[in-house]
Design a binder for this molecule. Structure first.
Ligand code: GDP
Ligand code: MN
Length: 349
């Protein structure tokens, strides 16, 4: 049942379903989940959604990462639920701890201050390690080194529509490097100086900034200020090689040295989003309109009814966040010259 070597379109002996429905070879790809042992039942639900809607047809691997060893029950349950090979990795201590250049007293004062101001996760140390890990380290974990593409899955998510083609193959065939489903404005309080660091990076490393970048998604004044738009990173389908490339490594190192993961509460979502938007050709960033998705408190439900019926979606179209006031998706459409799907006007509030 752990077999994963279905490289053709013959039926998968494990479940009798056709594999490789999307024409061509399989991609070198895996799911990746960062989780605690206590997340077991919430990640179980997520896996079930992803397997039922997509992966039972493709059987891609699933890598689980944790800053503490996974316990036997977590492994047993998740191995049973995944159709590809399940792998369990421990995060090295150096990737989940304070770097030596961080002033502990300063960081502590920030957490106390943010707690008082009731900023979400503002007082949390583990949340900061998590954001820094997702920003700069997961793609370097030894279990991920063999793969080229990943799909990030968090606990308690839902998928609403059938995904009948190989999403990873799609990325490879179309030279896509980053895929998202939801985009919105970040809480300014968590990233007050992030854009200053980004601007100084752009000055230091003009060679890394792509000439056909998506700056228009991030800024309404040509880069002077950040409009706080970001792709929501609890869902990501992306290229691991992009994060491992010098351009992004230089970017992460600059941000890490500036200390905002601890002196503020920089999230991996704005960090990934800014990097993808500046370092890639904007055509390499893909909006997965067809992947219906929920992570509390937002839903992406395909706008067009035709699409929803074709893909057997079970989401309520009224919940679709795409065209609501707090969504950044219209900017993505504008800068890429995309035409909005039929019926979007009815979903604006
Ligand atoms: P939110 O979506 O921003 O509210 O944050 P989550 O609580 O969902 O955390 C984001 C991801 O990191 C999820 O996949 C969590 O399971 C994982 N995560 C958060 N904190 C920790 C932690 O301390 N240890 C581990 N191993 N995973 C964590
Ligand atoms: Mn989450």
């Amino acid at each position: 049942p752990q077999s994963n070597d279905h490289n053709d379109s013959s039926p998968n002996p494990a479940n009798g379903l056709p594999t490789g429905v999307y024409p061509g070879k399989r991609a070198n790809a895996t799911f990746v989940t960062l989780a605690r042992n206590s997340d077991i039942w919430e990640i179980a639900k997520s896996i079930r959604h992803v397997e039922d809607r997509f992966n039972r047809k493709f059987n891609y691997d699933w890598v689980f990462l944790n800053d503490k060893p996974f316990d036997p029950q977590f492994k047993k349950v998740t191995t049973a639920l995944t159709s590809g090979k399940a792998k369990y990795g421990l995060i090295p201590h150096e990737h989940w701890s304070f770097p030596d250049w961080i002033d502990q007293d300063k960081a502590k004062k920030v957490r106390e201050d943010m707690a008082q101001r009731k900023i979400i996760y503002g007082d949390s140390i583990p949340y900061r390690h998590m954001c820094r890990y997702e920003s700069g380290f997961f793609f370097r974990h030894e279990l991920l080194l063999d793969y080229e593409y990943y799909w990030r899955v968090e606990p308690s998510i839902e998928l609403f529509c059938d995904v009948d083609y190989d999403v990873f193959r799609f990325m490879a065939d179309n030279k896509k490097k980053y895929g998202f489903v939801l985009s919105l404005y970040e809480y300014v309080e968590t990233i007050p100086t992030l854009w200053d660091s980004v601007k100084s990076f752009m000055k230091e490393h003009p060679e890394h900034i792509h000439s056909n970048n998506a700056m228009g998604f991030l800024s309404d004044d040509g880069g002077e200020t950040y409009n706080h738009c970001h792709y929501w990173s609890n869902f990501e389908v992306g290229s691991l090689d992009f994060w491992r490339d010098t351009a992004y490594m230089d970017f992460f190192e600059k941000l890490d040295k500036d200390g905002g993961f601890f002196y503020e509460r920089w999230g991996d979502a704005p960090v990934h989003s800014i990097a993808a938007s500046l370092l890639l050709d904007k055509s390499q960033i893909h909006f997965f309109e067809d992947i219906g998705y929920y992570h509390v408190p937002f839903t992406h439900c395909p706008t067009s009814e035709k699409e929803r019926l074709k893909l057997k979606c079970h989401c309520n179209p009224k919940d679709n966040f795409d065209w609501k006031g707090y969504s950044c998706l219209p900017r993505h459409f504008e800068i890429n010259g995309l035409e909005r799907p039929e019926g979007y006007e009815t979903q604006m509030d």
